[in-house]
Design a protein around this ligand. Structure first.
Ligand SMILES: [Zn+2]
Ligand SMILES: [Zn+2]
Length: 549
């Protein structure tokens, strides 16, 4: 029984705890430490997983209650690495780690052959490094800094650094503790391009603490199949539109399209024949979260829909109701009407363009007014947001005394009793693209996205690039801003500069320090907010304001 064993730090790796033990007791021989800890000199030191936990647990001070199960769940990556494995695999892996080697386990979990590359060295976060030295006076290896495939700190959103400790190269029979030499000091400035990896690492870190209930491969396959179909990725009766999934995933992740159907994403959308890496589950899970399910019985999406009438005060606001549906040439057509009198129809087909059925009383009233004021044809068309042909037709229909030439090549309609009957007005021509309508929608979506991003903790910079990410290709919106004045204005107002972001991070850091019961000192705020040694005068002034609080 060991008389001393160091207390574990928050989210410390078992490898780190054992390494600190080795250092604290002043032992020089790694083999002797293995003997003391495991009663066995040939045990291998594992970073992600550790074997022989039963033997270790029996030697630890009993009052610490470090059972093999607790060591496994709280100090290794077992909960994350087995999060998406069936119950029988979880049990087999657990038993193997209690009694024997961890190497067999990485093969059993498919990690040895995985496309997701593990880190070569142990990693650390430059910002956590400072916190650790301040709080504990020593460094330690954190579990959630060693997650394969994601090198971002879940707390600080900064890129992790590779330490000089590579367990593969130093021999696998020694535990090396983190220290100020193998984790050298580097500056950690705010970085803009880690919003997706940060989201990913936070989800992975959550799996370490609370993994989902076990499901079989078949159940995971069915789960993703259903979730994708609910989000409109279905094709035919029971298939998945792989091409659209691939394109949408690429635009969401900002990574190039994987192409073909022989990639992990396409395989995850089919029946699962093998287990996937937890990182792949996390990526697909986040992608699904970013896409709201389209209700089966709502072929036009969920209403109310934004008003498309540029003359109305509530233009762009979600006030339009579905007035009815009918079939036309095998397509489902919905008729939408707004309280301002604007009526349009839309086919339940992706990318379908709206067809205006009635421009509404506001249009007619304004047209009368402009004609009475003697406005020209093109000026009138511009003011009312329609083409000149539409103006001509409506002016004629309303019997207005317009100064411009009447419509040409109109067929002569002989007066007959039938012609005297009131006929429904002919529909307006379909506009090439309803820019004002789109402008209203995009403007609302952009402001909502900005609001959402600005509530995230730890904060992410709501840069113009991040705000535009939801609209697909990076330059899609930028090249069309001249046609979307409201959206351009919203983008200019909502996009955050580096300085604005730093100021917001200071406020967040202050709240965070209060939450952790740490004194509010400018140097502490600077470190937690990831600010450089010398920021702009405005940022420095904001930091100074906390001095003496
Ligand atoms: Zn950190
Ligand atoms: Zn309206």
């Amino acid at each position: 029984m060991l008389p001393y064993f160091p207390p574990g730090y928050p989210d410390e790796l078992l490898y780190s705890l054992l390494a600190r033990f080795h250092r604290h007791v002043g032992e020089t021989s790694p083999k002797r430490t293995l003997d003391v800890l495991f009663g066995n000199r040939s045990v291998r030191a594992g970073v992600l997983l550790q074997g022989h936990l039963q033997a270790l647990s029996e030697r630890l001070p009993p009052h610490r209650e470090l059972t093999p199960g607790r060591l496994l769940a709280d100090f290794t990556l077992y909960p994350y690495l087995t999060a998406f494995q069936p119950a029988d695999v979880r049990l087999a892996v657990r038993d193997a780690l209690f009694l024997g080697h961890a190497e067999w386990v990485t093969v059993r979990l498919g990690l040895a052959a995985s496309r997701v590359q593990g880190a070569t060295g142990l990693r650390y976060c430059p910002a956590c490094r400072s916190d650790m030295l301040n709080l504990y006076g020593e460094l330690y290896w954190r579990r959630d800094h060693q997650l394969p495939g994601v090198a971002v700190c879940p707390d600080h959103g900064v890129r992790l650094q590779d330490s000089t400790v590579c367990p593969g190269t130093i021999g696998q029979h020694s535990f090396i503790a983190a220290d100020e030499d193998n984790c050298p000091k580097v500056s950690s400035d705010v970085q803009d391009d880690v919003s997706i990896p940060w989201m990913v690492v936070k989800r992975c870190a959550r799996l370490l603490r609370s993994p989902p209930a076990p499901m079989s491969l078949r159940e995971w396959g069915a789960h993703y199949h259903n979730e994708l179909r609910q989000r409109g990725f279905g094709k035919g009766d029971d298939r998945i539109d792989q091409r659209r999934l691939s394109a949408d995933f690429a635009s969401w992740s900002g990574e190039p399209e994987m192409g073909g159907t022989e990639n992990w994403l396409a395989a995850m959308a089919r029946k699962h024949r093998k287990a996937f890496h937890p990182l792949e589950h996390v990526l697909l899970g986040l992608f699904l979260d970013a896409h709201a399910p389209v209700a089966e019985n709502a072929p036009f999406g969920l209403g109310p829909w934004p008003c498309r009438n540029p003359l109305s005060e509530h233009y762009g606001q979600p006030v339009v109701q579905l007035a009815g549906t009918h079939q036309e040439e095998g397509k489902l057509i919905g008729q939408f009407s707004c309280s301002c009198g604007y009526v349009f129809s839309l086919a339940a087909v992706p990318g379908s363009k709206p067809r205006i059925l009635d421009l509404g009383p506001l249009f007619r009233q304004r047209l009368r007014q402009l004609v009475a004021e003697g406005a020209g044809l093109r000026a009138t068309a511009r003011a009312l947001g329609v083409d000149p042909g539409t103006i001509r037709r409506h002016a004629e229909r309303l019997g207005l005394d317009a100064p411009w030439a009447p419509l040409k090549s109109r067929p002569h309609v002989p007066r007959s009793p039938r012609a005297a009957c009131p006929q429904p007005p002919p529909p307006d021509p379909v506009p090439r693209r309803d820019w004002p309508g789109l402008d209203g929608q995009l403007c609302g979506a952009l402001r909502a996205e900005s609001e959402r991003i600005k509530t995230l903790s730890p904060p992410i910079r709501a840069s113009a690039t991040v705000l535009q990410r939801q609209f697909g290709r990076r330059d899609w919106l930028a090249s069309r801003l001249s046609k979307l004045p409201m959206t351009a204005c919203a983008l200019a107002e909502e996009a955050e500069s580096v300085e604005q972001f730093r100021l917001r991070r200071i406020v967040w850091a202050a709240e965070e320090l209060r939450r952790r019961n740490l004194p509010l000192k400018p140097w502490r705020l600077r470190r937690l907010a990831g600010l450089p040694e010398q920021a702009s005068s405005q940022v420095e002034a904001a930091l100074e304001a906390y001095e003496g609080l």
